[in-house]
Design a protein around this ligand. Structure first.
Ligand code: CMC
Length: 438
């Protein structure tokens, strides 16, 4: 347990921000200060008191909630889950332990971790009816579409995912999703390559079990490489949460309508899919492969980016204006893994050259663009044997505990439905014209 003296709570300061509006109205707005001294002007009373709203498209200046889960200092390149630095967790922890930490707020005791692992094992199978539902997808169906559809469909087979009758049901619902998402992902891969689905093996750890379901074949002997299992666990830890990103905000938004946990995380999967978010890991490896295959020089590629003909995928971040600490860890992990597995991948060198070129170029320096989590992760996934079209699914498996932790936090906060407003810019009132007169 953390020392209670370490835990500070956010305070609403006595300081206020004064807002003067063009029509002469003036309003004192309270300032909320987080435990790491981040400050927010609380505009909760703005519209009811003045009729004004705030306008912040893309939410770059909007705090949507107060949260105890993850802290990021984008200027300093700091990321902590529940107070623990990501570097320590990536080095010392396991994915299941981190999942527990994110959801329940504390590192588990040995007994708690065993119980949680057992819960994951007990819930790793898919209902046979759900397994048959894979037959409805074409072999070339995108794994993210299948994942989202299957998470939604799993609620049909496990009604307890839809109807939590109380907080006691939550641990099982959480374990079902964390465990089954891995089984769904592996089954969809097997389906796409025309191999029989491999059932989970309860004797294996979370990550080794996933590799077994992905790569073993009936009657074949398969032992997941310990290096691959370790690298996978680290990959999942590094993706496990990232506070109010697009997919997590989606999960909280959907959950705010009191939609159930599985519907909310299925929506999170869809939000993650885009290339500006989780889909960037696929886009990065495609970019590196294109550079390798066309023989284009890194310098030429960077010039094209500067001319805005394309983006440097895996670079830039809304919050980090410094190194993304996850990218640093993954860069080293990629090199170590290739070394241990005896794999040569020219794309790692290309990625390093791109990084070096960008970090010494004023275009990137002036915009504070650094490698993000997706820049090196694909090299690791390919080395483990994960095909490129599964990359974003791997991100989703990792992010599942974070989505669940946020859904649960919002559930306990029991806030109002999330419902932004807008400034209307369409036509003002006009009269309907019958079709014959148009
Ligand atoms: N390559 C080239 N220019 C870039 C890039 C990039 N990757 N990222 C940002 N810029 C430029 C952008 O054009 C803009 O320039 P200007 O001010 O001259 O118009 C400036 O930098 C600020 O960028 P922005 O688009 O306003 O930044 P944002 O906070 O809205 O977007 C981002 C953040 C991550 C979507 C963006 O940096 C990007 O598209 N990166 C590439 C995609 C990517 O790697 N996404 C993964 C993000 S991390 C993991 C995750 O969230 O899942």
């Amino acid at each position: 347990m953390a020392d209670a003296t370490d835990v500070k709570s956010p305070e609403t300061e006595t300081r206020t921000a004064n807002l003067s509006l063009p029509d002469g109205q003036s309003l004192d707005l309270p300032v909320t200060v987080g435990v790491e001294n981040e400050c927010a002007v609380n505009v909760g009373a703005l519209r009811s008191e003045t009729g004004y709203i705030t306008l912040d498209p893309s939410y770059g200046n909007t705090g949507s909630c107060q949260s105890d889960i993850t802290f990021i200092d984008g200027e300093k390149g700091i990321l902590r889950y529940r107070g623990y630095p990501i570097e320590q967790l990536a080095q010392k922890s396991s994915f299941t332990e981190v999942a527990y930490l994110l959801i329940w707020g504390e590192l588990p005791t040995k007994q708690q971790l065993e119980n949680f692992s057992m819960l994951l094992t007990e819930n790793e199978m898919l209902h046979e009816g759900l397994r048959n539902a894979f037959e409805g997808f074409p072999p070339y169906g995108h794994p993210m579409a299948i994942l989202s559809a299957m998470i939604n469909a799993s609620a049909c087979y496990h009604p307890d995912l839809m109807e939590m009758s109380g907080e006691d049901d939550f641990p099982i619902a959480a374990a079902k999703l964390i465990s089954k998402v891995r089984t769904i992902a592996a089954f969809s891969y097997k389906k796409s390559i025309g191999q029989p689905a491999r059932y989970p093996n309860p004797a294996l750890s979370y990550c080794a079990n996933f590799l077994h379901m992905m790569f073993s074949i009936p009657y074949g002997r398969y032992e997941p490489e310990p290096e691959a299992t370790k690298a996978l666990s680290q990959f999942l830890i590094l993706h496990a949460d990232h506070e109010q990103n697009c997919s997590t905000s989606t999960v909280r938004m959907v959950g705010s309508s009191q939609a159930n946990l599985s519907a909310s995380v299925a929506a999170g999967v869809c939000a993650l899919w885009g290339p500006l978010h989780g889909g960037a890991n696929m886009a990065v490896i495609e970019m590196l492969t294109r550079i390798q295959e066309t023989g284009m020089s890194v310098k030429d590629y960077v010039e094209k980016v500067k001319k805005r003909e394309m983006k440097l995928m895996g670079f830039g971040h809304r919050v980090y204006k410094n190194f993304d600490p996850r990218a640093k860890i993954l860069q080293k992990a990629a090199a170590d893994l290739l070394d241990k597995l005896g794999i040569t991948d020219r794309r790692l060198e290309i990625a390093r050259e791109l990084e070096e070129a960008a970090l010494t170029d004023d275009y990137f320096v002036s915009r504070k663009l650094y490698p993000n989590v997706d820049f090196y992760s694909g090299i690791i996934l390919n080395a483990i044997g994960i095909p490129t079209n599964m990359f974003t699914v791997m991100f989703a498996i990792g992010r599942m505990p974070g989505w669940i932790a946020h859904w649960y936090e919002a559930y306990k906060q029991a806030g109002r439905i999330c419902r932004p407003r807008q400034i209307y810019t369409g036509p003002t009132e006009r009269q309907y014209v019958p079709i014959a007169e148009r």
